[in-house]
Each structure stands twice: as C-alpha cells, then as structure tokens.
Design a binder for this molecule. Sequence first.
Ligand code: FAD
Length: 477
Amino acid sequence: MATATIIGAGPNGLSAAITLQQAGVQTTVLEASSTIGGGARTAEVTLPGFQHDLGASAFPLGIASPFFNTLPLARYGHRWIEPPAPLAHPLDDGTAVMLEHDLKATETNLDGVDDGASYRSLVKPLVDDWPSLCHEILGPVVHLPRSPLLLARFGIYGALPAATLARSAFKGERARALFAGLAAHSVLPLSSVFSSAVGLVLASAGHTTGWPIADGGAQQLSNALAEHFESLGGVIHVDHPVASLGEAESADAILCDISPRQLVGLAGNLMPGDFQQKLGRYSYGPGTYKIDWALSEPIPWTASDCGRAATVHVGGTLEEIIASEAAPWSKNAGPDQTARPFVLLVQPSLFDYSRAPIGKHTAWGYCHVRNGSSTPVFEAIEAQVERFAPGFRDCILARSMTAPRQFEAWNANLIGGDLSGGAMTPKQLVFRPTPSLYSTAMPKVFLCSASTPPGGGVHGMCGHLAAKRALADLKLA
Ligand SMILES: Cc1cc2nc3c(=O)[nH]c(=O)nc-3n(C[C@H](O)[C@H](O)[C@H](O)COP(=O)(O)OP(=O)(O)OC[C@H]3O[C@@H](n4cnc5c(N)ncnc54)[C@H](O)[C@@H]3O)c2cc1C
C-alpha cells in the first residue's frame, strides 16, 4: 500500500489527507500544535466559558466548497449556522447597508434605483450560475473552463481595481461602501487590479450559499474533518513539529500544508537551488492585528440591523476603506495603519449560544497592518466599533490581543501575520507560489497550503487539488 505524510493539520492539510486516504493511500498527518485545525481553531482565551474562534469564524467559501460538500461532515457533528443576513456594514447616519440573502432586498437598501440596478447587473449573472462559478474559481486560475462565458464575465469585472469598479458602477455611498468592504477581504490595496474579484465572489455567496458560522466554532469543522479522515483509516499525530523533510522520507508522497518560506527551511539542500530562489521571491501580504472580546451583552450597534448578521464590516465609507487598506502596503515610513482602520468583525454568539455563558457574548475584530508590525492598534480598532456602537467599551469584560508576530508564533504559516498564505497579488494569483503550483522540484514533495491555488480561506480546495496532483504524478492509487 502506498503511503503519504502530510505536514500540518490545517483545513488544507486535512483535506489533502482525506483525498489521499479515500484513494487508498495510507496517510499520516503530523501537526506541530497540540490541537488540529490550523487557522480554524476555537479556544477559551479570555474568560472561562467564552469560546473564541482564534482564526477563521465566517465561512462563505467553506459552505460553497465543492470538496467539503462531498464529505459526510454532519455525521461528525458539523453544522453550519446561517444568520438572518450574511453581512452588515454600518454607516455614520445610524443605518447599516445590508448584504441580504435576497438580491432584491439588497438592491432596495442601496441609494436609489440606479445603484440597485448596477448592483443587480454585476452580481445576478454570478448568482444565477453560482455552483459553476465555484468550480471555475476554486482552483488554479489557468485552466480549461467548463463555463467560459461565465468566467469571462466574472474576469472582466473581477480584474478591475475595486476602487475603480465601486466609483464607476455606483453613485451613492451605500453601495460603494458595501463593495469596498467586500473587496477588502482580498487583503490588497483597493487600487490594485483583481481586488474586485473577491468582492464579487463574496457578494454572490451572500445571495446563494450564504456566510455561515460553524455550530460550536471553527474547531468543530476541523474536528469533523479529522474524525472523517480517521474513520477512513488515517492517523494524526499532534505535538509533532517537523523540522526536516528527512523525517518523512520513508513516505511515498509528502504533502506540506505550510508556506514556501517554511518549505525552504524544511527541505535544506534536498531542494534544487534555482527552485529555492523562486520560492524566495514569493511575497507575503499585510499582517493581522486581532482582538477577541468577552462581552457582557450584545454589541450595542446604533443600526439595529447589525444584530441580524454575524459578520460586520466596520470601516465607514469607500474612501476611508481605500485609505485603510493602502496603509499596510505603503513603503514610506508613515504609520502602518490609519487612525480609522477597516475592521472585520464577527459576533458569533448572537446565533450560537454555545459560545458564551447565558446572556454573555463573544466577538472578534481585526484589521490589516504592515507585515510583522509591532505597533499596537487595539485602541483604533475599539474606537471604530465604538463609533458605530456607542457604549461598546462598557460591554467588554475581557480582551485578548494578537499582533502579527504572535500569530506567527501560534501558527508558523502566518508569516508576519499574513493570514492568506502569501499576498494575493495578480502574479501570485496565477503562479501560486510558482508556475509549478503544487509541485516543488522535489519529485515526491508537494505544497498543499493556502500558498497554492485557489489561496486563502477555509475551503480545503488547495489540499484536495494538491492531493489529486500527487496521486496523478506519482501514480499512487
Ligand atoms: C485571524 C484570522 C481570521 C481568519 N478569518 C477567516 C474567515 O473568517 N474565513 C475564512 O475562510 N478564512 C479565514 N482565515 C484564513 C484561514 O484561516 C486560512 O486561509 C486557512 O486556515 C488556511 O488553511 P491551511 O490549511 O492552508 O493552513 P493553516 O490553517 O494555517 O494550517 C497550517 C497548519 O500547519 C501546521 N504546521 C506549520 N508548520 C508545521 C511543521 N513544521 N510541522 C508540523 N505542522 C506544522 C500549523 O501548526 C497549522 O496547524 C482567517 C485567518 C486568520 C489568522
């Protein structure tokens, strides 16, 4: 029987492991941490009884993942919880622009008929063919498309800088702000080409499969993946940091749920020098500064609609979000964040009572900062929430802060606090991390992390596709 070793038990490592084990390859996962899940883990980090998602918390790509959807995860206790609205974006006038499940309802809360019509014409074709779009985009950019017209339509608008698309498609501030917040998930400056693509995908997800949280927290999703893998005969060892690829040399295939920089370190002189240089040129994006809050009550949003969504985009207008997302990329020695950062906030306990003691709540909020930055920005983050929810600070029972370097210490994949496994720049969208994608110039060694296509997010597709490549190249099955 062929054997494989997976280094790292993040969503992609576990997905690679399941794919190989399903194909009859005896697979072992080695995880450095004492808990599996990588960026999809949950723990008490503030007060007893308060369960915080330490990384991912909202899963628009998880519920849409063509691979996850083939797995019997419900059998292992996994359940998605879909809030009444996918997303809220509060504004200074005391209202919130809402991404509703219903396309029409979303259009009517934008400014005027024209913006509603523009929104519909951008999103409806993608919504109508959502499963096909997921198949097209959740994999390598260069491929033979099954739906070429759909992909072309997506590409025409997705390739635009989000700032350009927002300003040209919409006249009013509401639609512009909504789109800017969606596009900011690309972790690119909104002046960058292709920053619209993520915005269009996330808007379409809101009208189709949704933006769920995981019942019990992200850890439950990871545990379900792990239990399914073990039920197929796979083996997981935690507290097992791998320091060298030599440790796995007896396996027929080695799949690495790690970033290119780590792979260079683990490979040493096993990796040809020219490939090492290629991986050395791979670049990492902004870092992340995150706060987990234990709260005495729900966040007191001025716009009560914010209580209908788990995910809230706290950043005000298009122009403010443009400034906030540009700052971490600035090469000048200015501040690495604006005074008014764009904050991504998730408030899962409003919809999942297992997250906190009765009547109490949890939430997290983070913003993008310069890679590896050590500047504390928690006051700016909390000031932004307070701006749209006066009295928020009075609800805080405890907080836990994670700066970029602390993220990297927690999970070595988060280089300088980069949560996407490498910048999603146009070049690195296509050649991720090199033109060889999952292959590494070492015949039986493959990369399977978010540093391969389709990139960051909890969807397992990087791991699944890397495993398929290994099965095909090595003729293991
Ligand atoms: C704060 C934060 C918020 C996020 N929010 C969301 C969100 O809401 N929705 C979403 O979809 N995504 C979100 N993400 C992104 C998402 O978590 C990642 O894209 C995803 O986890 C990547 O999966 P992965 O398997 O490639 O890597 P990871 O999840 O990073 O897993 C890699 C694993 O490899 C292990 N490892 C590393 N080196 C070694 C070694 N040498 N030996 C053994 N094991 C090793 C690590 O310990 C880790 O467990 C967020 C990430 C962060 C940090």
